[in-house]
Design a protein around this ligand. Structure first.
Ligand SMILES: [Mn+2]
Length: 331
């Protein structure tokens, strides 16, 4: 899994004075941890790095750092006292993002004026950017950033170590999704603990600090679980009324998936959420060889083999029937 750092990326980092650091929509710990860490490294090596994000910051574990991120290059430049003109020594670094759509429409327009480097760990997606450092076998983007730092001869500060380990923990479900291929990255994670990252603090940041409402909503959703095909596929849903009453910030999807994937026969989970009267978001999870990424793709979505999702225009009953038809053939 250990990765050679492309010469082109090192050149790119040396070539410019100012970097806009960008990630994907609905950012998670890996995206924001990667952004913060690479920005910190650039800042302490004499460059200016400006943090930007399309948001929204729904996830409770990242809410507290929303104020660090600007919602456009213009805003980021204004906040830093720059005039917001492209001086020719400005560039963009996009992290943890497999397709350009995921940076949001506003940023997709803004990046057109700049050279772009991409640092990412998604196995599939669209090749974009002028310089690419992508390793689909890395469990998180932060692990790639850490390897880049080592290559540059830099030791992480305690805050950088914490941001880097936070991304690793987020994307591995606090180590749970790692198999034996994770040995190299576990060694790197242990080094980050040595540089001052606290597993205890990061556990609380990921799983603590929730509202009681999120536990009640989790209970409601779980109580309606319906097994299909001898229990190999479990279907759950959240109504529009629940979204209105509890708020998207009280969704605790990871807990729900891990509970259901822990059921003996269960190979896959279908989670349908009514986002509005005629729109649903669908999330699919798999514990086995069932490729939910392929299912999601057939409905116009994306994702990985074991975690994928898509948007559906229509009712919950309609998409449920269509999905059960597909799953009846693959589980
Ligand atoms: Mn990631």
């Amino acid at each position: 899994m250990l990765t050679a750092i492309p010469r082109k990326l090192r050149d790119f980092l040396e070539q410019f004075n100012t970097f806009y650091i960008l990630g994907h929509e609905e950012p998670d710990g890996d995206c924001l941890g990667s952004q913060k860490a690479i920005a910190s490294v650039l800042n302490r090596t004499g460059r200016t790095a400006l943090l930007c994000s399309p948001g929204p910051f729904f996830r409770p574990e990242v809410k507290g750092i929303e104020h660090l991120f600007a919602s456009s290059f213009r805003e980021a430049a204004a906040e830093s006292g720059m005039v917001g003109q492209n001086t020719g020594s400005e560039a963009v670094i996009i992290v943890d993002c497999s397709t350009p759509e995921r940076i949001g429409a506003g940023f997709a327009e803004e990046i057109k004026n700049y050279p772009v480097a991409v640092i990412d760990h998604h196995a599939s997606g669209e090749e974009f950017g002028d310089v690419r450092f992508v390793n689909g076998n890395s469990p998180s983007t932060t692990i790639l950033i850490y390897q880049l730092m080592k290559e540059l001869g830099l030791e992480p500060t305690p805050e950088e170590a914490e941001d880097l380990l936070f991304g690793f923990l987020t994307d591995t479900g606090y180590f749970r999704h790692l198999d034996k291929s994770g040995a190299d990255s576990m060694k790197l994670a242990a080094e980050l603990v040595g540089y001052g990252a606290s597993l205890k603090d990061l556990y609380f940041r990921m799983y603590g600090g929730r509202q009681l409402e999120s536990k009640i909503l989790t209970g409601k959703v779980l109580s309606r679980a319906v097994p299909h095909f001898g229990g190999k596929c479990i279907e759950i849903y959240e109504t529009f009324e629940e979204k209105e009453a509890f708020g998207a910030e009280n969704r605790d999807s990871d807990t729900i998936y891990s509970q259901l994937l822990g059921v003996k026969e269960c190979e896959a989970v279908i989670f349908i959420r009514e986002e509005s009267r005629d729109k649903c978001s669908v999330s699919l999870r798999s514990r086995s060889d069932v490729d939910v990424g392929a299912v999601s793709k057939s409905f116009g979505g994306g994702g990985h083999k074991r975690a994928a999702g898509f948007e559906w225009t229509g009712t919950r009953a309609e998409i449920s029937a269509k999905l059960l038809d597909v799953f009846s053939k693959i589980v």
